[in-house]
Design a protein around this ligand. Structure first.
Ligand SMILES: [Zn+2]
Length: 122
């Protein structure tokens, strides 16, 4: 299931770009089926930074600390079947990074705000 670090995040999740919600539901289905684990959402909408996809309801962060190295590799493999931007293949739908403070490793999952569609590659 999809769990939320803070209760208000559930309402934010429901406001996200629907492509991103669909991707998150696909990912949690994969995680449940393959490993029996949940997805814990830690951040959705952030209005303080217009350069972030979170501002455009197109970014979602989730916790990585409860996953094994094998699970993390599977998550990356699964999520990067989603194409972020066909014109910029180096931009990924999912990446793993620290907060700007340099702490708090997490996964960041995103869809491209300037597109209406998301494609899935082989
Ligand atoms: Zn993020």
């Amino acid at each position: 299931m999809i769990k939320f670090k803070h209760p208000h995040l559930e309402a934010e999740f429901e406001k996200l770009d629907y492509r991103l919600q669909v991707q998150a539901y696909a990912l949690v289905g994969f995680l449940q089926h393959k490993f029996g684990v949940d997805l814990v959402v830690t951040s959705c909408i952030r209005m303080e930074d217009m350069t972030s996809v979170h501002y455009y309801l197109c970014g979602l962060d989730f916790r990585e600390s409860e996953y094994t190295a094998e699970m993390k590799e599977s998550i990356k493999m699964f999520c990067n079947h989603f194409i972020y931007d066909e014109n910029r293949p180096r931009k990924k739908a999912l990446f793993h990074h620290a907060n700007r403070s340099g702490t708090g490793q997490h996964f960041h999952f995103q869809v491209f705000p300037s597109s209406d569609t998301t494609r899935i590659k082989k």
